[in-house]
Design a protein around this ligand. Sequence first.
Ligand code: NAG
Ligand code: NAG
Ligand code: NAG
Ligand code: NAG
Ligand code: NAG
Length: 652
Amino acid sequence: MALPPSQKLWVWMLLLLLVVVAKHPGALEKCIFDEVQSRVGVVTAASIHPDSPPREARHHPGRRVSPLGALSLKQRRSLRGLALPVPVSQPQPIRIRTWVPRERRDLSQAEKARLEPAVGEAVGIVSSLLSVSRVAGPLLLGRDINKYCKFLWRNSSTANYNRCGRANENYRTETCLDVTIPDDHLAGCDVYPEANSPTRTVLRPDGAGLPDTDFLLYLHVQRTDKCRAEPSVLAYAVHCQTDTHGRPLAGVVVICRDRLTGETYSHRGTVQTVIHELFHALGFSKDLFSTWRDCSSSSQVTHTDGSGQMRIYTQSVVSALQKHLASTDPELGGPLENLDVAPGGVSSHWESRVLQGSIMAAVLADSAAVRIDPLTLAALQDTGWYSVNLSRAQSLVWGDGEGAMFGSVSTCQSNSSSFFCTGSGLGCHYLHLHKGECQTDQYLEGCRIYKPLRNGSECWKEENERRSEEEDWSGEIYGLNSRCFFSNLTREKQSQFLLFSSSVEGRCYRHRCIGPNKFQIQVSGSQWTDCPAGGAIKVQGYQGSVFCPDRRFCLYSDIAPPSTNLNLFPASTAGPFTSDSDSHQTRTSTPAVTRSPVPLTHVPKPPAELTVATVFGITAAVCLLAAVTAFYRKYHSSRVRIHGVPEDPSGP
Ligand SMILES: *[C@@H]1O[C@H](CO)[C@@H](O)[C@H](O)[C@H]1NC(C)=O
Ligand SMILES: *[C@@H]1O[C@H](CO)[C@@H](O)[C@H](O)[C@H]1NC(C)=O
Ligand SMILES: *[C@@H]1O[C@H](CO)[C@@H](O)[C@H](O)[C@H]1NC(C)=O
Ligand SMILES: *[C@@H]1O[C@H](CO)[C@@H](O)[C@H](O)[C@H]1NC(C)=O
Ligand SMILES: *[C@@H]1O[C@H](CO)[C@@H](O)[C@H](O)[C@H]1NC(C)=O
């Protein structure tokens, strides 16, 4: 029987494009994952039925086999209709191995010096958040039967039903996006020349596989057409294979090489970009929503609410959002971005109006504002593939306690929430680390928020202080403990000359906490003065007032200037990476999983059981391609389906 064209078949990929729109503190990093993904064909491969014994595995005492899918073809073949034992082990931190294709290792030392620590840190953070039932034995990816095989036995009464009857002579190898997967990472394949005879010809032998690996990240630093076409693209990603439960096993991340070199390169921004792409590749993808294994909901993972907003309705997500917005509204599923999505369509990002600052919003804001938020971790938990340590979520200040209607287009312009603004005046970014200007963007759909100024907006940066005499009227103080306040303070002795400057705008003053939501401020030349949350104060020697924000200070222990290195996730070691030349000698390193800040130079001693091979850093503004994978998902004993996946991969 003729097979569909192979190119449609095998590689199931998600592409994630990250875009940097600008480099100033308000820079946007936009992810165009869905746009790219829609152009990538998808393959669903046969899977092992999970209830049968690992018959063939016993013939391979030397090599243990993943119960979840990374099986050799022989094993898959012999296991048709059988099931592997479900591992009883406790979930353990996911081991993400980064592998760099040989042809892409011509990076300069400077590029490596940016890339390696960033990718290593991102991998360490993800490993500290997500645990899996680990792959037992080496991870071995599958081959696409539709590529290596020209013809399958289709008579279900024959012994070799759905096995390969004749090899495709043009078959070369498997690819993941444009990465050629080494034979060493792949299961073998063989051909059964006769319908009923066990005689077979080995087409390709099994590779050695990758030890201590639960997810294989092919890391590619490149100047691709996509990178060139849009200067703002940082990185993109696809996933290429999944295991029998649907969990992604391998993917590609492409980092646009030129983004590693700019003066405005941000380590923290790059780490966040890589985490964003990894989360897509690991399951936060519209193409995987339908395969999430959340057993609590009987209905679809995503559907629209009464107002037409597409939402994720899984248990942890709903309760995380209810808690965040302080509402019991059962309609509060996780809202998905609707820009560039057809009505009723689904995207792979949170809605920016509601979840501004989330690591999974379509636009990554200033790195000081990006949060690995509770809703994103809840979503990963609801994939069913991970055990997520939800207590490690970073606080999402945006919208906290604002109620079910928060962020709706109908309410954001009504002055009902201090998170939004109207007009185009100057004020403070909602975290009060930066001064801001009231602006909108395409994702905000007319809602406006204070975005950091193009430059010099950080109150916590001492060098932003303007020292000239004539500008000294406002009493501003910059420095690590300074924050942005709405204020129209004017020095009394100067006010007569500066009547025009009495409008309220964002100003930087020192602050210190004296209790939850209780703080004092200090302006130039003043004493420390209590600033009652939600109120306003006068300051001796000044005209005008300082307005004291409510619920922004002294409540969130993890909101601080980036320079203070107050990380929930300390920098982990940039572990070694594996490449063509040393794919056998896999060194490993460990993600840092401690919570207290760890100096960058201090490498925590890896627990023996934790092995995470990290990558090879790529740098600067990053463009990641998290690849997604193809797999053996649909294999049942009675019925083997080997066919091209429909263009729309969302239907399993
Ligand atoms: C399928 O195979 C069985 C057993 O070999 C044979 O009897 C039958 O005729 C075959 N059916 C077709 C449609 O070829
Ligand atoms: C979850 O993270 C917290 C904070 O890092 C840690 O104290 C706790 O032990 C972790 N729980 C598990 C089950 O790993
Ligand atoms: C919100 O406040 C601004 C400035 O105070 C004002 O111009 C605008 O009309 C107000 N909008 C609404 C809907 O009240
Ligand atoms: C911002 O940058 C521009 C151009 O580099 C400069 O003219 C301006 O003074 C800067 N503004 C601040 C507040 O530093
Ligand atoms: C400061 O702003 C407040 C509120 O807008 C206003 O009432 C007050 O007159 C202003 N003070 C000065 C000195 O401009």
